[in-house]
Design a protein around this ligand. Structure first.
Ligand SMILES: [Fe+2]
Length: 227
């Protein structure tokens, strides 16, 4: 596995540093028309920094801590893209881009999980981290250079607004425990309490009817006995 990771890390990302810088520049220009892309770009920069922090850690426990921070950030970002932006890509007719995006992010999640199982100061860890970083850089290059600028051209103003709102919600739900998530939990609890209270009322009404029926039967028997 280590040899494979080392080989893959050596050939990814296939594009040059210059190519990635140009893709980011293009995305920054497009972001003026769609603020959701500003958020995405900010998260992409944070991911770059998080990788650098893992690599710079000089001992095992710091490296594990930095890996956890990278994993949380990458997962929050990917969940938001998968729930909001990739469906928009597919809806705009770019099913191929959407499918590729989901596939690449699933592979990244798998690699993060495998990294957690390795000795953080080992060569295997460094090789796999290099493999993952190369794959993420390539994925980001495609998003910034092609997929997202094309989506900005294709989507309507209403779509852009929806994407921004939903991207924020999904990112925050995972990254910060999300106000939307807490709100949903509160709404769910309130509904549950309402339904439980309605059930109690129904049960006591049913008991009352049973009591009434028993009393009536008893009264009827008594009347018949008198007759
Ligand atoms: Fe992304």
């Amino acid at each position: 596995m280590s040899l494979l990771d080392r080989a893959i890390a050596a050939i990814t990302p296939p594009e040059s540093e210059q190519g990635r810088a140009e893709a980011r520049q293009r995305a920054e220009q497009c972001a003026n028309q769609a603020p959701w892309l500003l958020l995405v770009l900010d998260h992409h920069r944070q991911v770059d920094d998080a990788f650098a922090a893992v690599k710079a850690a000089s001992d095992g426990s710091t490296r594990q801590k930095k890996l956890k921070e990278l994993a949380v950030l990458l997962t929050a970002h990917s969940i938001a893209e998968e729930g909001v932006i990739y469906p928009a890509l597919s809806d705009s007719g770019e099913n191929g881009h959407a499918t590729m995006a989901y596939t690449e992010q699933s592979a990244a999640k798998l690699q993060i999980g495998l990294l957690e199982r390795l000795d953080p100061m080992s060569q295997d860890f460094e090789d796999k981290l290099g493999h993952l970083e190369g794959a993420v850089k390539h994925h980001v290059y495609q998003e910034e250079g092609t997929w997202f600028p094309e989506l900005i051209e294709d989507a309507s103003a209403a779509d852009h607004k929806l994407i921004e709102q939903r991207y924020r919600e999904e990112f925050d739900r995972y990254f910060r425990g999300g106000s939307v998530g807490k709100g949903s939990a509160c709404r769910w609890r309130a509904t549950f309490q309402r339904e439980r209270s309605a059930l109690k009322t129904t049960l006591s009404a049913r008991n009352w009817i049973d009591d009434l029926r028993r009393t009536s039967v008893h009264a009827l028997s008594s009347v018949r006995g008198l007759a």
